[in-house]
Write a protein that binds this ligand. Sequence first.
Ligand SMILES: Nc1nc2c(ncn2[C@@H]2O[C@H](COP(=O)(O)OP(=O)(O)OP(=O)(O)O)[C@@H](O)[C@H]2O)c(=O)[nH]1
Length: 513
Amino acid sequence: MVLNDLGNKIASALRSLNAHVVVDEELLDACLKDITNALLASDVAVPLVVRMKKNIVREVDLDNMASGMNAKKVLERAVFKELTALLNGGGDASGTKTSGTKTSGTWTPKKGKRNVVMFVGLQGAGKTTTCTKFAHYYAKKGFKPSLVCADTFRAGAFDQLKQNATKAKIPFYGSYTESDPATIAAAGVKRFEEEKSDLIIVDTSGRHKQEEALFEEMREIASVTEPTMTIFVMDSSIGQSASDQAKAFASTVDVGGVIMTKLDGHAKGGGAISAVSETKAPILFIGTGEHIGELEAFETTSFVSKLLGMGDIKGLVEKMNEIVPEESAEKLMEAFGSGTFTMRLLYEQFQNLQNMGPISSIMSMVPGMADMIPKGGEEQGTKRMKSMMVLMDSMTDAELDAPNASKIFNVKRMERVCRGAGRLPSEMITLLEEHKRLGKMMGKMKGIKMPGAGGARGRGNPQAMQQQMSQMANALPPDMLRMMGGQQGMMNMMKQFEGMDPKAMQGMMKGMM
Ligand SMILES: Nc1nc2c(ncn2[C@@H]2O[C@H](COP(=O)(O)OP(=O)(O)OP(=O)(O)O)[C@@H](O)[C@H]2O)c(=O)[nH]1
């Protein structure tokens, strides 16, 4: 993931202070040096790094720090604040901007109103892909989005948009014959206004800073479509040169938000962050893959928290509650109670896992678990899961709902399922073994009450919590328990959930299970 390296280095610089009881000037200097070096090595622009350092030093004023104040905590907070400000597009926590339609918070279109969003950005930044992801994201939220292709510069742009839009079932507009992008944009917006689309997305052609003619075209499109929001799409793998280009865009049109794409790559990312600060606009979303669902609403504090290995419990709760349907969670809970674990239930849990997106991104939300999935492990796991689902697709309803699936398959039935699924007998055996193993684990968990409302783990009942944790720890495979830091690690994790809305918490725990 982009910026991972930066996050690890800063977190390790901060952690290095833990070995010392008192933080003096010398230690602070050494830590700050490591942090600034990490920022520079990630391509964050020098003036921004200098400013950040100055702000941090001002905040962590050891000479004037009240006695009893923890210097490490103050430093951690200052670093957090500066990184947040940088990603908010201001670059300076002491004086954040707002201009035009932008705010330093998040922007959302208004349902049922006229929302025209113009996408601008460099060639290949991912505009066309992101337009469809953006439309899909809001379609799921009940909007009526539409797409207009005003890119007549790149041959094939309209076909790409058409293909993406058709797949996502989003109405689109474009032309093979009209060569003036402003004319197409105006006609498309007019059409969709008449059709009462409440989110009209206009894709423009990519350009470089030097191409004045194309910048003029962008101004013309903006003047005929009167966008309510202009989003600058930026490739996070772009280096230092991104800043100049971002500046040129922001001075031509009123950029109100940024979408950073390709965060799933391995680039250093600091150049992109510096460029965001040139636009003086907040990041609204991040692109984390090529697929339509791989667009995540951006929440700066959650992002910085994850970046520094502090987890993002709030995001985790929201994600779990959004993805795991209440009905499926209830069924799973029932299975916990009865110890019955059918193939269908396993299939449904795999479906939930697929909807969650990469497991590593979920793990990064849990404090201390960012590195739990070994390199390559995720891809391998996904492949295995898909192969098991294909096998289950070839089973009968009776087989899917049988309480003792691992016992009812004879050789003939196993061969038939494999033939139907086009899978090897060894894969079928793995599925049955896996199902049996999970069923066993489920049996051990029988009777565990979920934390949260009405759960045995009341805040005032640490003994009950300890008991539940022991039972859970016994049920988990030893490898997994070890990765979680043993029973103590689990307890620490649970402590992070303290003070959370019990209902939300309960829903999340059901989902996680
Ligand atoms: N890995 C990854 N690839 C992405 C992401 N977003 C876009 N892409 C890929 O980036 C490439 C370029 O994307 P396009 O959407 O064609 O870019 P564009 O900005 O419309 O290009 P122009 O029309 O030439 O300006 C495509 O191969 C996309 O699949 C992302 O978040 N992650």
